[in-house]
Write a protein that binds this ligand. Structure first.
Ligand SMILES: [Mg+2]
Length: 229
């Protein structure tokens, strides 16, 4: 990974699902639990349910519908928030995330959680984990009115959070989102390759990558003795 001197960075924007939290929870939810319940509800096989659902997922991917669990409750006739609640014990923070967040706070960085997650899901996840306390602010694409894949998201997010693009590091596990952020002018961008702990990390041809936050804890990023900014 190319070193980014942390003294050049004042604002850190972090994605939640897949980046800070293990995407295994979400993948299991949408690829296993929801198809199972959908199959029961509509009296079809698990395979058929998966097929139908994946078509629907694909169609709404990258839109606000995709992350709107109330939309999915209606669309699938299932109580999606209740199902999430049912498996919330499976929500896990990726390794070294808390150490990384603590380090950022020690160096007085402004840390923002920037997520496409629905506020109900955000709520379940922040209650289940200990990471909420590290953020100066949390914004969801729902409040903004656009998903992170859209330039409008970034225009509004900058106004809301007051970050300086030139001094900002953004980390996400979705390349399409990073592409938009880059186009918008966010200077430092990292692709989190290990989103789901149970599957092989992804690769990127376009972005510098990290697979684990441990990589940002060493002195290539924070030169030893660098004064807190
Ligand atoms: Mg993500």
């Amino acid at each position: 990974m190319k070193a980014i001197p942390l003294k050049d960075i004042k604002f850190i924007l972090l994605d939640m699902d897949g980046t800070l939290l293990d995407k295994y929870f979400d993948d299991y939810f949408w690829e296993h639990l929801v198809p199972e319940k959908y199959a029961e509800k509509h009296n079809i096989t698990f395979g058929r349910a998966k097929e139908e659902l994946f078509k629907k997922y694909k169609y709404h991917e990258g839109t606000l519908n995709w992350t709107d669990i109330d939309f999915w409750s209606g669309e699938l006739e299932l109580d999606i928030p209740a199902l999430k609640e049912q498996i919330k014990h499976m929500i896990e923070v990726h390794p070294h995330v808390e150490d990384f967040l603590k380090m950022l706070k020690r160096h007085k960085k402004k840390v923002f959680l920037v997520t496409n997650a629905h506020y109900k899901v955000l709520d379940i996840k922040l209650k289940k984990t200990e990471i909420g306390k590290y953020f100066d602010s949390v914004i969801t694409s729902f409040e903004i009115g656009y998903p992170k894949e859209r330039l409008e998201f970034w225009q509004r997010a900058e106004k809301r959070l007051g970050f300086d693009k030139e001094k900002t590091l953004f980390i996400d596990d979705t390349e399409e989102i990073l592409r938009t952020a880059k186009k918008y002018g966010i200077k430092h961008i990292l692709f989190k390759t290990k989103a789901n702990s149970k599957i092989k990390p992804k690769k990127s041809k376009e972005f510098s990558t990290i697979s684990d936050f441990e990589e940002l804890m060493d002195e290539t990023v924070m030169p030893r003795g660098a004064p807190p900014s």
